[in-house]
Design a protein around this ligand. Structure first.
Ligand code: 5GP
Ligand code: MN
Length: 343
């Protein structure tokens, strides 16, 4: 049995909307990840099986390792089909905002979604949701939005309507937002849900391989290079890896190739905080990713030094300056947070 996480009044309210809605749009955040696509398609499979016009729209492209997901070919990319997607958003009866907590997270789609007269629901697990939806289902204690979608469908009495395809999408989102159930994944109920998803016939081992073991040779060689240049700050239990534009060129870097790199130094004994600095190919800035294990607050560090934020164990930010300067800023941060890093 699952604990009742989502408030009943919100479920009743949303159910009523759905009964009356013909046109539904599901939107998720820029540079969609496994949970953005997984939760969106999980809900899409359920609604699409009913007599409704349902579309998933995301601001821009998502990585190739998610393209096997059932339904992913029908996802509309706003930056490519702006006019058509804009019309769907404007004419929707209901817009479901999944896996993001602020309009700015949907980039160029924000104005269109804000202007639409549709009823809007947020289903998300990021801290501090902004108030732009009529119903806000926000649960930072839940490790993925996909898990929230599963919980919502069950509470709507629709477990039996979850298809194998829908279950595959939900599982993918739960798996990717917990690093294959290696962080934020100590809740017993996660494993109850997995058991229920397995009852739909999903092959979880195959899903793991499709998501994590389909990289290119050049990506593996890039990983080798980046790790050989890694800096380890033993007195601070921290590590740093970086990737310049020149290195990206040398290793035929394509978007997504450095996915997961930031986590690797956490496999070193005693390292509990890592940083990955990547020169952006489009904007003149350095993208920062931070990860920690335990209580070290990555989100505070990101806010303090890199104008960013995020979760306790996973955060990010941006830096406008050179790689050497960004490394210096990180090292100053280590000094400031010395005590917490040694706790
Ligand atoms: P990632 O390292 O995977 O890009 O980001 C990890 C988490 O950090 C994201 O889920 C998001 O919550 C947060 N994050 C990443 N970049 C930024 C940023 O530039 N600003 C803020 N406020 N949060 C970010
Ligand atoms: Mn998520």
């Amino acid at each position: 049995m699952l604990t009742k996480v989502i408030e009943q009044t919100k479920i009743d309210h949303f159910t009523k909307w759905l009964e009356r809605a013909d046109k539904i749009v599901i939107v998720s955040h820029v540079s969609p990840d496994g949970d953005a696509i997984g939760s969106s398609l999980g809900l899409w499979h359920f609604l699409d099986a009913q007599d409704k016009a349902v579309n998933v729209i995301v601001p821009n492209a998502f990585p190739d390792f998610l393209k096997w997901m059932p339904g992913s070919r029908d996802i509309l990319l706003y930056d490519r089909y702006k006019e058509f997607a804009g019309k769907l958003i404007a004419e929707a009866d209901v817009i479901c905002c999944l896996d993001f907590n602020a309009l700015k997270r949907i980039d160029s789609m924000a104005d269109a979604v804000a202007a639409s007269p549709a009823r809007k629901i947020m289903i998300d697990h990021h801290l501090h949701p902004e108030d732009f939806c009529d119903i806000t289902v926000s649960h930072p204690e839940i490790s993925s939005t996909s898990e929230l979608i599963f919980r919502l469908l069950c509470r709507m009495g629709s477990f039996s309507d979850i298809s194998k395809e829908g279950a595959e999408c939900i599982y993918t989102g739960m798996m990717t937002d917990t690093g294959g159930f290696t962080y934020n994944s100590n809740s017993r109920e996660i494993y109850f849900i997995i058991s229920e998803l397995l009852s739909k016939g999903i092959d979880k081992d195959d899903i793991y391989r499709k998501v994590y073991n389909t990289y290119s040779e050049s990506r593996l060689r890039l990983m080798g290079h980046v790790l050989s240049e890694m800096k380890v700050y033993t007195p601070y239990n921290a590590a740093l890896i970086s990737l310049t534009r020149a290195e990206q060129g040398k290793y035929d870097y394509i978007k997504g190739d450095s996915e997961g790199f930031v986590n690797i130094p956490l496999s070193i004994k005693n390292v509990c905080f890592t940083c990955f600095l990547r020169e952006d190919t489009e904007k003149q800035m350095i993208k920062i990713s931070l990860r920690s294990v335990g209580k070290f607050p990555c989100n505070k560090f990101a806010a303090d030094f890199f104008n960013g934020g995020g979760h306790l164990n996973a955060s990010g930010g941006e830096y406008f300056g050179s790689m050497a300067e960004a490394v210096k800023v990180f090292e100053q941060g280590l000094e400031k947070y010395k005590e917490l890093l040694n706790a």
